[in-house]
Ligand binder design. Structure first.
Ligand code: GBH
Length: 485
């Protein structure tokens, strides 16, 4: 039924998964001891979320979890990437909420029972509001609190969970949350955003250290099968006119701010020198304490890469047609491009998703290949998110025909295969997202799921893209396990 591109066989053990995040799916925002996260709080501010949606109920995964795990099983997922909510586990960050941890413990058991590898992320943007009230990520102390929270989660789940991600996309929760104001906590202070970035790096380093020690003492002889890493969102910054030095420099600046500011402290133990020059006087250097960068550059077992689109970049004001940067909300917004606010993002005329993001699968191949060339000590890569929002609807036949999403996913999986052919060490792919969900500043308006959620009844229906993904998974395992058919 679906056209299958000719691909090389997938490396053995290649992991096929799907991803979600606590604040986007769980709901039960004030149940069993959970208190406000910054997203619960932010969403209530007038104009923060398009159409005023709240994450309070989301898709009620908190109550429908066993059913959702069965869905994953039907799709044939090898792994499920989810996040734990800090505000559920340690609501005001002082006491452990055992009822909250119980939920994740049941989820992990349910996954293992279904032969699905739990892939846990500790922070997918939902800081307890109680910590934001004390400065949030601009407060260095939050990094130490994070390591304690990581320890709490590991203490309960470390006997069963082997794959640990500290942060999901620190760029979004620092620059977009503290400089652009488009994400929680909704602040528009460039200096605060850079402090948040550095403190999240530090929190990552402290937590990796803590988890390694805990793992060694939990498992006999210190041998663990733990895999600890981080997920970054990486975006190729493509100069709109590669022969124009102004556009080239704009692309370099965006690459430094959006990609290398995250990659290099982690992999090389240093901020890029050109970035430090671009950001002179913006306060980044003021928050770096001696010894921080050594702590941050902990050895990683994997790097998660989230990729949705590239950006075409120009250094000229509003050139040939702007891309009409998606502005979901009514609140005044600032720029997430600290120190590079003048940069513009012209259109290349490529097709776009309903997020207004370019569709350009080859960008994913280019990215995965160039990371290996740029960083000789790069750990194995996993594409931990990739997917697309389109406005799909239920057809009279009860099915959800979403040819654009299906084509998007198929083309990006092909790009991953090509990257592997070109030498990239990619070991897994997770589609974003399992379910339609609370798409942050856009609320429920944008649907990324390969499974549709009816927001009135909560009913789940696998979309055509989900069926196609499931078929890709089963065909690829057929190429991994020999002797069966
Ligand atoms: C991911 O982030 C998130 O991890 C996930 O929770 C979310 O639901 C999913 O994507 C879909 O949005 O140039 O200022 O217009 C997305 C990463 C980074 C993609 C910023 C868009 C452009 C921002 N995003 N990027 S801007």
């Amino acid at each position: 039924m679906f056209q299958q591109p000719e691909l090389s066989p997938w490396p053995s053990g290649f992991i096929w998964g799907s991803a979600t995040a606590a604040a986007q799916i769980e709901g039960a925002a004030h149940e069993d001891g959970k208190e406000d996260s910054i997203w619960d709080h932010f969403a209530r501010l007038p104009g923060a979320i398009a159409s005023g949606d709240l994450p309070e109920q989301a898709v009620d995964h908190y109550h429908r979890m066993p059913e959702d795990v069965q869905l994953m099983k039907r799709l044939g997922l090898g792994s499920y990437r989810f996040s734990t909510s800090w505000a559920r586990v340690k609501p005001g960050d002082r006491f452990v909420n055992h009822a909250g941890l119980d939920f994740y413990s049941r989820l992990v058991d349910e996954l293992l029972e279904a032969d699905i590898l739990p892939w846990l992320t500790l922070y997918h943007w939902d800081l307890p509001q109680a910590l934001e009230d004390q400065g949030g990520w601009t407060n260095r102390d939050t990094a130490y609190r994070f390591a304690d929270y990581a320890e709490t989660v590991y203490g309960r789940l470390g006997d069963r969970v082997t794959h640990w991600t500290t942060f999901n996309e620190p760029l979004c929760s620092s620059l977009i949350g503290y400089a652009a104001g488009e994400h929680a906590p909704g602040r528009t202070e460039p200096r605060a955003a850079l402090a948040a970035t550095h403190h999240q790096h530090l929190a990552h380093g402290l937590a990796v250290n803590r988890l390694r020690h805990l793992g060694a003492s939990l498992h006999a002889g210190g041998e663990t099968s733990d895999r600890i890493g981080i997920t970054l969102n990486l975006t190729n910054a493509v100069p709109i006119d590669p022969s124009d030095p102004v556009d080239l420099d704009a692309a370099r600046r965006i690459d430094a701010l959006w990609n290398r500011m995250y990659l290099e402290p982690l992999l090389l133990g240093a901020y890029p020198p050109d970035l430090l020059r671009d950001l002179q006087g913006q306060g980044l250097e003021d928050v770096i304490v001696e010894g921080d960068l050594e702590l941050i550059a902990q050895p990683l077992d994997f790097l998660g890469v989230n990729h949705y689109h590239d950006d075409a970049v120009s250094g000229h004001p509003e050139p040939r047609g702007s891309r009409g940067a998606a502005q979901p909300t009514a609140r005044p917004k600032a720029s997430p491009f600290v120190g590079s606010e003048f940069v513009t993002f012209p259109s290349r005329g490529l097709p776009r998703t309903s997020m207004d993001w370019e569709v350009n699968p080859d960008g994913l191949r280019t990215l995965l290949v160039r990371l290996g060339l740029q960083y000789p000590n790069l750990p194995p890569l996993y594409v931990t998110e990739n997917g697309a929002a389109y406005d799909d609807a239920v057809s009279p036949d009860g099915c959800i025909h979403d040819p654009e999403r299906t084509a998007y996913i198929r083309a990006h999986i092909t790009a991953v295969s090509r990257a592997i052919d070109d030498g990239a060490d990619v070991r897994g792919y997770f589609v974003w997202s399992l379910l339609d969900n609370f798409e942050w500043a856009w609320g429920y308006e944008k649907r990324f799921g390969v499974v549709r959620v009816d927001y009135t009844t909560g009913e789940r229906t696998i979309k055509d893209s989900g069926l196609a993904y499931s078929e890709i998974i089963s065909k690829s395992s057929a190429s991994v396990y020999t002797g069966e058919d």
